[in-house]
Ligand binder design. Structure first.
Ligand SMILES: Nc1ncnc2c1ncn2[C@@H]1O[C@H](COP(=O)(O)OP(=O)(O)O)[C@@H](O)[C@H]1O
Ligand SMILES: [Mg+2]
Length: 709
């Protein structure tokens, strides 16, 4: 199979199989678009029942075409698709786009048909887009191919777009046309039987015309491959994605904290974050980003200035910027002075700069120029609310004129519909993104800034640790053959210690006397905990008593633990009681892993203890975790400042935490049988004292196979 997609994107001739004389049919629309957009080569309609379509000579079959055909667009009932594909193969066609539906998306019968389709193209070395899609576009000057049935012809530009939904594809083409966004390539992927999102990413990576990549995704075929490609690609070109649909992680009942917290969409968020992909929450936001990215330079920093003719929208924009992590610029003294000179007394020279409702084009022009000149300004949002006396169009002209002189992003926000329409068009003509509301402008700047930061960060390394893999393998194999799901405390400890984790001293005892002996040996204060495979959350069953100072405390606690468990969990089989050294000081965190159906192991870090599910202060990344991922994970929990120490507290050893996150990642990568695990609490200390696993559980599963991904 050819690796590249030239057969799809650079055909020298195209056949449309199943075109028709009837107006409004898909086959006819495609033929029309190919011709109307000016495809740089011959187009052959194929239909046994017509001699001509759209004044072009029509052929009864692919094999009846006397010349060579590079690409075939197939728009015929699904039953006939296979035989036509075979005919294409015999004729030497190397690229096929199957528009026809009725394959995988309809269930069992369609799945079979799709499998046969894939077998057929493999046999002939054909690359295929679809089935069940709306076609492909390549606007490159030497190709000019619009092989879609879209109702608008595309503008050419820098955006490479892939959409998993055909229906949305057409709306996207229309919307882009309205916003004057031009495409380099546009692909409706359909069922992705052959050409996948990853294939397209690789194509867009090498495509000089593609500067920005937009994706509408419903599922990931191969998330691991996506990670690899996207991590590399986002260093060069921004990828902005809308991911619809939900991952399965949330649908599974989870008994671990990590599983419960790994809600609906965290895997996708984690994946995008790790790869530097910007996530848009809606198609609208996707295009808000697209207009900004395709028309303006990236901001070099996070300092924003706002120039407005109305106070309210200026405040809204300020709030939006700040809440998105941007900063409002504090201007140079010189800037304030100049603003005072050019603005009326009642105007505000502070950021947001309010030039007042009677501010016309001249005032905009001067104020914007002064502000853009200031080195404390990385980007500007200009807001215009049409009052009676000002002319919106002239203001738009003024903004466009000034912003062309600076290499800083300037975004417009013209509030209103009808009355500002021509001015919005004027801005768009001059490559100034125009938004209806200040929040959208703020979001776009924040997105551009975030992308700039993401693209600059290093890729990170998978660090190698000394571990005892064999030891863990034998524990897991034994447990599997005993039919265990949850592992015993001893097994969990054996596994974690083999991967470098440290426990406070712990001993399993069978009766009160043994507990006393053990505590004397370990040294008070100690903790007692019930040991039972049937009890997952020990404190819930009254099975944990902490901070026992002496033998008297201990004896009382022992009786209490046993009687609590007997009444709270009468069915549980008690294996004994654990005596554990009481860990003093430090901070309780949680380390965990849960398995996502399509992304594999998700690693979690956060604030631990018994309130973890209430506080939900956790972060996720997909394994394997690089040193950089681990550092990002720790930094992105809200309580990070607590770890760094507040009010004179010593900071905890953050590097140590990062190392253990990576060790955990290594463990779950090495043992795909591990289905879920929690280390909670994982107690962390200041530098010089080792982190402690105070409590951990691991669930394993035999049927889980790594090749699931
Ligand atoms: N050895 C210990 N030292 C200090 N605190 C402990 C110790 N063991 C348990 N705790 C405290 O008791 C809580 C519950 O104990 P844990 O062993 O995590 O049981 P479970 O999570 O099953 O209820 C922990 O979150 C921690 O706050
Ligand atoms: Mg616990």
């Amino acid at each position: 199979m050819p690796e590249n997609l030239d057969a799809i994107f650079k055909p020298r001739s195209i056949a449309v199989v199943g075109t028709s004389r009837k107006d409004g049919t898909i086959g006819r629309e495609i033929l029309y678009n190919l011709v109307a957009y000016g495809f740089n080569g011959p187009v052959y309609p194929v239909n046994p029942k017509a001699a001509y379509v759209n004044s072009i000579k029509c052929y009864p079959s692919i094999s009846a075409i006397p010349d060579k055909v590079d690409l075939a667009i197939i728009v015929i009932p699904k039953e006939q698709v296979l035989s036509v594909v075979e005919e294409c193969g015999e004729k030497g066609v190397k690229g096929i786009v199957v528009i026809s539906a009725g394959f995988k998306e309809i269930g069992e019968k369609g799945i079979q048909l799709e499998k046969e389709l894939v077998r057929m193209i493999k046999k002939y070395g054909i690359r295929l887009v679809g089935p069940n899609c709306m076609g492909v576009i390549n606007t490159a000057k030497d190709i000019r191919m619009d092989a879609t049935f879209g109702s608008t012809l595309p503008l050419d530009g820098q955006v490479g777009f892939m959409s998993q939904s055909g229906a949305l594809g057409n709306i996207i083409l229309e919307y882009a046309d309205e916003l004057k966004i031009g495409f380099s390539k546009f692909v409706s992927m359909g069922n992705k039987a052959d050409v996948s999102g990853n294939d397209l990413l690789m194509d867009f990576e090498d495509d000089e015309n593609t500067k920005i990549i937009l994706m509408y995704l419903e599922s990931f075929g191969n998330p691991r491959k996506f990670t690899k490609i996207a991590r590399r690609l986002t260093k060069k070109k921004p990828i902005i994605a809308v991911k619809a649909g939900r991952t399965l992680a949330g649908a599974r009942a989870a008994s671990s904290h990590t599983g419960a917290l790994a809600g609906l969409d965290v895997a996708v968020d984690a994946l995008f974050e790790q790869c530097g992909v910007l996530r848009a929450t809606s198609i609208e936001e996707l295009f808000d980003y697209a207009v900004a990215f395709s028309n303006q330079p990236l901001p070099k920093g996070k300092k924003v200035a706002i120039v407005t003719n109305a106070g309210g929208p200026g405040i809204i924009a300020t709030d939006a910027c700040v809440s998105l992590g941007l900063k409002m610029s504090t201007f140079d003294k010189e800037t304030y002075k100049k603003l005072e000179e050019i603005l009326p007394e009642e105007a505000s020279t502070q950021n947001p700069v309010d030039i007042l409702g009677d501010g016309g084009p001249k005032r905009y022009e001067k104020a914007l120029d002064v502000v853009l000149k200031d080195i404390n300004v990385d980007s500007v949002i200009t807001i215009f609310v049409p009052p009676l006396m000002s002319k919106a169009l002239d203001v738009a002209v003024a903004i466009s004129k000034v912003s062309a002189n600076y290499d800083k992003p300037v975004l417009g926000c013209f509030m209103g519909r009808e009355e500002v329409l021509t001015s919005i068009q004027e801005l768009e003509k001059n490559n100034i993104p125009a938004y209806l509301f200040p929040e959208s402008a703020a979001k776009s700047i924040a997105g551009m800034y975030k992308y700039r930061e993401l693209s600059k960060r290093s890729e990170g390394n998978i660090v190698h640790f000394e571990v005892e893999k064999k030891k863990v393998k034998s524990i897991i194999d034994n447990a599997l053959s005993a039919g265990k799901g949850y592992l015993s405390q001893d097994e969990v400890r054996g596994i974690l210690e083999a991967y470098g984790f440290k426990y406070p001293e712990t001993q399993l005892v069978k009766n009160e006397e043994e507990a006393v002996n053990s505590a004397n040996r370990i040294g008070f204060p100690v903790v007692l905990k019930i040991a039972s495979l049937d009890i997952i959350h020990k404190s819930d069953a009254g099975g944990v008593v902490i901070d026992l100072e002496d033998e008297g405390d201990l004896r009382a606690a022992f009786k209490k633990v046993i009687s609590n468990v007997k009444s709270n969990a009468p069915e549980a089989k008690i294996d004994g009681v654990m005596v554990q050294k009481m860990v003093k000081g430090g901070r309780e965190t949680i380390l965990g892993m849960s398995l996502d159906a399509s992304f594999g192991p998700l690693i979690m870090f956060g604030l631990g203890g018994i309130y973890v599910e209430v506080l939900k202060d956790v972060s996720f990344r997909i394994a394997p975790i690089t040193d950089l991922d681990a550092s990002d994970m720790v930094k992105s929990v809200k309580s990070y400042p607590l770890l760094k120490g507040v009010r004179g507290e010593k900071p905890v050893d953050i590097e140590e935490i990062e190392k253990y996150i990576q060790r955990l990642s290594r463990l779950v990568e090495d043992f795909p049988e591990i289905e879920e695990m929690d280390i909670n609490p994982f107690v962390v200390f200041e530098k010089g004292r080792c982190c402690n696993v105070v409590d951990a559980r691991i669930k394993i599963e035999r049927s889980y196979k790594q090749n699931k991904f």
